[in-house]
Design a binder for this molecule. Structure first.
Ligand SMILES: [Fe+2]
Ligand SMILES: [Fe+2]
Length: 156
């Protein structure tokens, strides 16, 4: 793995584990200042990471996607994650039906987290389709081709 790829990957792992640690402290009522710590991390680490990607990583990725990739691949990865969360929610709902007491409360907490995650991903996903794909289709795809796409979606 090249230095750039390894560095970005490592940074993603760090962001993920720190975010998960700080998020689990928020709302637990046990740690004072957890909200401030989370916000500080987001401002100091996450936002600069996103800005750095906008400035240097995406411009490097863009021509490579045009030449060797598919622009919609990342959206399909969203779908994969969404379907995965649907399965997790289905399993949790089934387990909650047969659980009692503190176990049930814990499962309901997990269900709530999974539902919030799904909502976040879905809202972002729909926003991308609404703000990027639909205007492009509207502008550049003939009405005849649009009708064929619609038929294809209903058959699929
Ligand atoms: Fe990133
Ligand atoms: Fe979609």
């Amino acid at each position: 793995m090249a230095t750039l790829v390894r560095a970005v990957h490592r940074h993603h792992l760090q962001l993920r584990s720190e975010l998960s640690r700080l998020t689990s402290r928020v709302g637990s009522g046990r740690s004072k200042g957890a909200g401030h710590a989370l916000h500080r991390f987001l401002v100091d680490e996450l936002v600069p990471h996103a800005k750095g990607e906008e400035a240097a990583l995406y411009p490097a990725v863009d021509p490579i996607i045009k030449a060797h990739g598919t622009a919609t691949r990342t959206m399909s990865l969203d779908h994969e994650r969404i379907v995965g969360l649907v399965a997790i929610i289905g399993r949790l709902v089934g387990r909650i039906d047969h659980a009692r007491g503190p176990r049930k409360v814990a499962l309901e907490h997990q269900l709530s987290r999974a539902a919030i995650q799904l909502e976040g991903i879905l809202l972002l996903h729909l926003d991308k389709e609404e703000r990027d794909y639909l205007p492009l289709l509207d502008r550049f795809l003939s009405l005849r081709a649009q009708a064929a796409v619609l038929r294809g979606m209903h058959e699929g």
